[in-house]
Design a protein around this ligand. Structure first.
Ligand SMILES: [Zn+2]
Length: 234
């Protein structure tokens, strides 16, 4: 039984050649077209990319004067380059684009982070309340989740880039508070464990009877919690 090298379905009535692929006649045409198509798309991509690279170089020259505005232009170029590749069925990595444009991967990623800016943030950018570059930095370093909070804070306070990098989000602050509470809890647990172990042998019988129901309740609670956690975070 011989299978077609293109569609992998059985070809009837074909003699078996060793090491030679066979195709349905229709599949042969389709395969050639696919190859041509790929070549064509690749050349389309490369032609358009050339223009983008030239545009990108021109921005580089004006960078010093119009810092911030150049970020938007670069954003358009990178966006274009990526969607161009996608439209033509080509898989391109950040590394490849970083080579094409002669900038770091990180810089491309940071700039493209603007894609995640919210509508409100875009309004702020367009009205000149905050630069696109700063927004890109915020999203890149602090994550999309906190974009709105930090962008508003920067606009209100006029914080510098350095101050922004030290900004702690509400979530970070409350995590820190929580972790403070829990470290208290941990030391209490340790203390209780220590006391119980220590008094294991030396505890008077009457006190032991008093303690026992409490320990039993504690044990039930602990088992419940641990079992629950195990199910949740297996
Ligand atoms: Zn076929």
């Amino acid at each position: 039984m011989i299978k077609c090298g293109f569609c992998k379905k059985v070809i009837n009535g074909q003699p078996a050649y060793l090491n030679q692929k066979v195709y349905h006649s229709g599949c042969l045409v389709r395969m050639k077209n696919t190859r041509l198509d790929k070549k064509y798309k690749k050349s389309l991509f490369e032609g358009a990319l050339k223009h983008l690279i030239i545009k990108h170089q021109e921005i580089g020259k004006e960078e010093d004067q119009f810092l911030g505005q150049t970020t938007l232009k670069k954003y358009d170029i990178y966006e274009n380059a990526f969607s161009l590749a996608k439209r033509n069925g080509l898989k391109k990595t950040y590394k490849q684009f970083s080579d094409y444009f002669g900038v770091s991967e990180q810089s491309i990623k940071r700039t493209l982070g603007l894609k995640y800016a919210s509508k409100e943030t875009w309004k702020h950018i367009k009205k000149g309340r905050i630069s696109a570059m700063r927004v890109a930095e915020i999203i890149y370093s602090k994550g999309r989740k906190h974009e709105k909070e930090i962008v508003e804070w920067v606009i209100q306070t006029g914080a510098t880039k350095y101050e922004t990098s030290n900004y702690r989000t509400g979530e970070e602050k409350s995590m820190q508070m929580l972790s403070g509470e829990y470290s208290g809890l941990i030391s209490q647990i340790k203390k209780i464990g220590g006391v119980i172990t220590k008094s294991k042998s030396s505890m008077p019988e009457k006190l032991r009877d008093k303690l026992k129901p409490h320990l039993e309740t504690l044990k039930v609670n602990l088992d419940e919690v641990l079992k629950d956690w195990e199910l949740k975070w297996k």
